[in-house]
Design a protein around this ligand. Sequence first.
Ligand SMILES: Nc1ncnc2c1ncn2[C@@H]1O[C@H](COP(=O)(O)OP(=O)(O)OP(=O)(O)O)[C@@H](O)[C@H]1O
Ligand SMILES: [Mg+2]
Length: 287
Amino acid sequence: MPVIAVVNRKGGSGKSTIATHIAAYCTHQNIGVMLGDVDRQQSTRSWLKLREQRHPQAKQILGWAVNQSSALRAPTGVSHVVLDTPGGLYGLDLARIVMFADAIIMPICNSVFDRDSAAQCWDELKILPRISTGRCKLAVVGMRVDHRTLDSAALTQWATSRGLPYLGALRDAPTYVQCIEQGVTLFDLPKETVAQDLAQWQPIVDWLSPVLFPPPPVASQPIQPPRQISLGNETIKSARVGSLQPVQQSLVAGERIAQKQSMLPVTNEKRGGFLESLGIPGFLRRK
Ligand SMILES: Nc1ncnc2c1ncn2[C@@H]1O[C@H](COP(=O)(O)OP(=O)(O)OP(=O)(O)O)[C@@H](O)[C@H]1O
Ligand SMILES: [Mg+2]
């Protein structure tokens, strides 16, 4: 199941705003979506409640209960998950989010503090195997930034110097604050009233498109029996390609670093108990 996570350890950078908007965009594309709130503040849960109460006619988004780690099947109709994450996420908690995610959006405001904090977060993320091998992709969005200003140029430079896609900036607009307070998003408003802001979302939804609309799975090839090679009186069975996989895995740089890191003494902050206590649904665990 495609999972999109919104991550940045800097508080107030716009994670919940982006997560709610992506979830609402999904519903408007007729994608059954669940908005997972792994933030202790449970901001998006309150937003979902507001949405349900004040706009029962709006396309609804499913939330998840705090403890449903035993839910082994996605609720009927849910095909995608958007994860809102808390500020200050690092160590094993951060790695766990990446284990579930196929795409990560990192919203960054433009200040030296925000850029430094995002740089530290990226340094931690880029060595995780799912990121270093591209199985989970990551892009940056400028938050509360006018795309015509030096702020936007600084963020573009920040991202490109790290080889990260920069999907443009969302401007500082009171509509965002009003939307969140009313349980809606810009995608739920009449298009003509928010056309300028919706245009800024286009590169974001375009970048997400392969995750939102994945190609149908190709039928798997039947497993061939091992080939036999005759050498005079001896018969040698060729090894299955799959038998090399553990070795190949260990050659992935991120995996090696991750293994080395796992041998380091684990500090209390790195134990990752936080996400565990919030209970990620069982159906999201990768086999
Ligand atoms: N483009 C924007 N223009 C104006 N206000 C915005 C914009 N994006 C977000 N905000 C406002 O900024 C505040 C912080 O945003 P948000 O709650 O999404 O951040 P967060 O990263 O989820 O914070 P936390 O780390 O506390 O969970 C909110 O009041 C939100 O309405
Ligand atoms: Mg939040």
